[in-house]
Design a protein around this ligand. Sequence first.
Ligand code: DI6
Ligand code: FE
Length: 405
Amino acid sequence: MWDQLLIDVQAATAVPTADGFGLIPEAAIAIAGDRIAWVGSVKDLPAEPSTLAKAIHRGGGRLVTPGLIDCHTHLIFGGERSLEFDLRAQGVDYATIAAQGGGIRSTVRLTRELSAQALAEIALPRARALLADGVTTIEVKSGYGLDTASELKMLEAARLVGLALDVSIEPTLLALHALPRERADDRSGYVDEVIQELLPAVAERQLARAVDVFCEHIAFTVPECARVLQAARQLGLHVKVHADQLTDGGGAALAAQFGALSADHLEFTSTAGVQALAASGTVAVLLPGAFLMLGETRRPPIAALRAAGVPMAIATDLNPGSSPLNSLTLAITLARAQFGLTASEGFLGVTAHAARALGLSDRGQLGAGLRADLALWNVNHPRELGYWLGKPNCHSVWRGGRAIA
Ligand code: DI6
Ligand code: FE
């Protein structure tokens, strides 16, 4: 006998079918412990539903999907940078603001001042908002510490959020984000320290599953990033790259070279970069919030990614500088409106493909053996998840078989 059985729902399983969503109109989902035990059409159940499980839940005809996965966030940070948004409105661009001491480094100052507990405390409402929007897994990057102790503190804060809230936190060490002010004259020494001190400390304490780098003219060069990615791989960590956001710096090819789980942003990625991603099986993570808030005009090469069969994921990139976007469903709509993704691409981008961008094979779809992370929605069709702008459609959220929101 199953523990729980959810009926009177329409399921979008994110298991590819001709409709693009893996729809099951009159679905039943059986749960055993924290896992899905069975998914199918209610008429294919082996017996009368009430005889099959200890608890029967009726979904009131709602849509059920996998719990959504936000595969790229900078959830942990001190302060906010609304003033910079105003500066950009007055014509000062992101790179200039960064060069003048604003940008990432200003968040670093505020983040260094706070304890792990205080950082977790101010991140909690942001995590709760994601959760209320159907998200059950949040990737969280460090990268506003820029010294070993402060980076470890950020990863600890991410862990505390996961303890305080019923949500899966997937921590990523953003090892190269910006050159800290105190190391302005010592680029190679800083990269050495990241490799010799920070990476081993994180690997030893198992504080992150992946290492990320910001490969960009205002951040770190391809050779600098390559050194760090190489070291990360040697420590057995996954890698990711912030690639080609503001210029075509070869970031996608770099990600592919190191077998990265994902290459993120990609606005300026060339055809060769797309081919490289396809060959390495790297997921393209699209970040429409940063595109919108930085007033970008150059779109990621969606048609080429699609043609090459590169899986596309969508994430909030939630951060105080370029993307203060605190809703993953809004991110879907923005990706669809700005980049021309189909409804199915939007849906898979926050479910199956987002799981792949994190190297997680136990979630992102509704299927037997996978985690029972579910979201129920007050909508008629999964198309609507990437259609409304800011309308709260999420009815309830389950994580590991338990109703949590
Ligand atoms: N790319 C981003 O989107 C964020 N970091 C990065 O490398 C922006 C971070 C910030 O501006 O604070
Ligand atoms: Fe980012």
